[in-house]
Design a binder for this molecule. Structure first.
Ligand SMILES: Cc1cc2nc3c(=O)[nH]c(=O)nc-3n(C[C@H](O)[C@H](O)[C@H](O)COP(=O)(O)OP(=O)(O)OC[C@H]3O[C@@H](n4cnc5c(N)ncnc54)[C@H](O)[C@@H]3O)c2cc1C
Length: 466
C-alpha cells in the first residue's frame, strides 16, 4: 500500500547554486547540496522525514538572518527555520533553512520576572538558567526542544491545565519580517501578528528571540506508575476516573507502550509491554495522593517513582527520547472518553496486543480551554490522543499508517478533526494543526503580512499541503 502521507520527496532542490550566492553575502556557515557533509546535515531530529532544503544557513546573529531573507526574496525562494527538528516536515524541502543553533543566549531578569531567550536555546538550558531563582516557565514533556519553537507552536505544558498554554506568557518577540526587517512585536503594537506568532507556528516571520513572563516556582509532586500489560483495562478505567475528578493542578498522561529490544532501553524492559501513568501535581504529596487514589487501587503496580520533582528536572518524569530517531506520529484532540472509546482503544492499541505504535492520552482542558490573546488559546477537547511508531523499514511505515487509519476510523465518534500544533509530528497539514476558525484567521494574516510567501513554517497555512 502506498504511504498516504508521504514524507519523502525526489524533488531536486531548486537553484542548486543558492548556497554560493548566500556565501557571497554572509560570513556565517552556509552549506549546500554539493558539500561533503550535506546528506547528514540536511536531516532533522526525526530522521524519517527526508527533508531536502536548498541550502542551510547557521546564522551568527540577526544580520545574517536579515541578509538571508533579503536574498530569498531576490531569488523568489522561501526561508524556513529549524532550530532542532522535533517538528520536521517535508514542507521545508526547497527552502533556505535557517538553523539558529548558535543563538543560545538566555537573559534572566528576576526583578521583572522575565526571561529573554534566543532562537537556538533548548529547554534544558532554560531550566538550568532558572534553577535557584524561584521562578519557572511552562515546560512540556521534553527539555530537548527549542524554547522558541515550543512557544510558537503553543507550548503544551505539564502545567497547562492550571496556567494555560505557554504561548500565553510570551510578552514580546524579536522578529525578522518577510521584508527582511527587524522589529519587536507585542500584543499592544500588533495584536494580529502577535496572536498568529504565539501558537500559529513558524509561518509569519523568523523569530530571533522572545521574552517570556515567568511564574513563581511551585513545589511539584510527580513521577511514573507502571503496570504490566495485563492490567491495561483496569489502569485505563482508573485513569478516566482520576482525570474526571482532577483539579487543574493535576496533569495525568496515560501510555500504552511496548519497549523495543534496543540498547537504549534497560535490558529488563526490552520487549515488554506496560500501561503507564505519568503525572505531575502542583502541590503537596498528601494532596496529590488523594487525587491518585483510583490508580493506587489498581493491583500489580511494578514501578512507582512518584515523589517531589524539581521543575528543572521535570523532563525526567516522562523520560522522552533525546537522540535523533525515525518517527511516524499522529495526534487528535478527543472530546471525551466514553465506554465505546475505552473498548475500541483496548481492542486496537492495548499494550502487548501487537500494535505498531505507542499510544498516549494527555488530560488537557482547564486553563488550556480559556479564550485569550494568542492562537494557542481556547484548545478544544478534554484529552489529546497521540501515537508514535518507529519505522525501521518501508514495510514498518506501511503497517504504521495502516494501523493509524484503522485507529482514526474506530475512534472517530470521539475525535475532534484536528490536533495541537506542536503535537502533530511530521504531518505538514495546517488544517490538522489548528481549529477551522483559527486557521481562517491565520490564513488572512498570512495573506496580509507575507503575500509573496517568503517565510514557510513546518505546517504552511497556505499552499499545497494546507
Ligand atoms: C519527544 C517529544 C516530546 C514533545 N513534547 C512536547 C510537549 O510536551 N509539549 C509541546 O508543546 N510540544 C512537545 N513536542 C513538540 C515540540 O515542542 C515541537 O516540535 C516544537 O516545534 C519545538 O521543537 P523543536 O525545537 O525541535 O522544533 P523544530 O522542528 O526545530 O521547529 C518546529 C517549527 O517551529 C518553527 N520555528 C521554530 N523556531 C522558529 C523561529 N525561531 N522562528 C520562526 N519559526 C520557528 C518552524 O516552523 C519549525 O519548522 C515534543 C516533541 C518530541 C519529539
Amino acid at each position: 500500500m502506498p504511504d498516504p502521507h508521504p514524507t519523502t520527496t525526489d524533488t531536486d532542490a531548486p537553484f542548486p547554486d543558492i548556497a554560493d550566492s548566500l556565501r557571497t553575502k554572509l560570513s556565517c556557515e552556509v552549506i549546500g547540496p554539493g558539500d561533503a557533509d550535506w546528506e547528514r546535515s540536511r536531516l532533522a531530529w526525526n530522521t524519517h522525514v527526508d527533508q531536502r532544503p536548498a541550502a542551510i544557513v547557521t546564522p551568527d546573529g540577526a544580520d545574517d538572518i536579515r541578509a538571508t531573507v533579503a536574498l530569498a526574496r531576490e531569488h523568489t525562494l522561501t526561508v524556513a527555520v529549524q532550530p532542532n527538528g522535533h517538528g520536521a516536515t517535508t514542507a521545508l524541502s526547497g527552502t533556505i533553512l535557517i538553523r539558529p543553533v548558535r543563538l543560545r543566549d538566555i537573559t534572566v531578569d528576576t526583578e521583572r520576572r522575565r526571561v529573554r531567550v534566543q532562537a537556538g536555546a533548548k529547554w534544558k538550558e532554560l531550566q538550568e538558567a532558572l534553577d535557584g531563582t524561584g521562578l519557572m516557565g511552562l515546560p512540556g514533556s521534553t527539555a530537548d526542544n527549542s524554547v522558541v519553537g515550543y512557544h510558537l507552536g503553543g507550548g503544551l505544558s505539564w502545567f497547562g491545565r492550571a496556567h494555560g498554554p505557554a504561548a500565553n506568557y510570551v510578552r514580546s518577540l524579536e522578529v525578522v519580517t518577510p521584508e527582511g526587517e527587524s522589529r519587536e512585536v507585542t500584543a499592544e503594537n500588533d495584536p494580529d501578528l502577535f496572536w498568529a506568532l504565539c501558537g500559529g507556528g513558524g509561518d509569519f516571520g523568523v523569530v530571533v528571540s522572545l521574552e517570556i513572563e515567568l511564574l513563581d516556582e511551585s513545589p511539584v509532586y510527580g513521577g511514573r506508575l507502571m503496570w504490566p500489560a495485563e492490567c491495561a483495562e483496569e489502569v485505563l478505567r482508573a485513569y478516566v476516573a482520576t482525570t474526571r475528578a482532577a483539579p487543574v493542578r493535576l496533569s495525568a498522561w496515560l501510555w500504552f507502550v511496548t519497549y523495543p529490544p534496543i540498547d537504549a532501553i534497560p535490558a529488563e524492559l526490552q520487549g515488554r509491554s506496560f500501561a503507564v501513568v505519568d503525572s505531575t501535581f502542583l502541590g503537596t504529596a498528601e494532596e496529590a495522593e488523594r487525587y491518585l487514589r483510583h490508580l493506587r487501587a489498581v493491583p500489580g503496580l511494578e514501578t512507582d517513582t512518584l515523589g517531589p520533582v524539581a521543575v528543572s528536572r521535570i523532563d525526567e518524569v516522562a523520560g522522552e527520547p533525546t537522540d535523533p530517531m525515525p518517527a511516524i506520529d499522529w495526534a487528535r484532540l478527543v472530546t471525551d472518553i466514553d465506554e465505546e472509546f475505552v473498548k475500541r482503544l483496548l481492542e486496537l492499541n492495548a499494550p502487548g496486543g501487537g500494535s505498531p505504535v505507542v499510544a498516549q492520552l494527555r488530560h488537557i482542558g482547564g486553563a488550556l480551554a480559556q479564550p485569550g490573546a494568542t492562537a494557542a488559546s481556547g484548545l478544544a477537547g478534554e484529552y489529546l490522543l497521540t501515537t508514535m511508531g518507529i519505522p525501521v523499514t518501508e514495510t514498518d511505515a506501511e503497517a504504521i499508517h495502516h494501523h493509524l487509519d484503522r485507529l482514526e476510523t474506530a475512534l472517530a465518534d470521539n475525535l475532534i478533526g484536528h490536533s495541537h500544533p506542536n503535537m502533530l509530528g511530521h504531518d505538514s497539514r495546517a488544517r490538522l494543526a489548528h481549529s477551522p476558525a483559527n486557521l481562517e484567521r491565520l490564513r488572512r494574516i498570512k495573506r496580509e503580512r507575507d503575500p509573496a510567501g517568503v517565510i514557510r513554517g513546518n505546517r504552511p497555512v497556505l499552499g499545497s499541503s494546507e
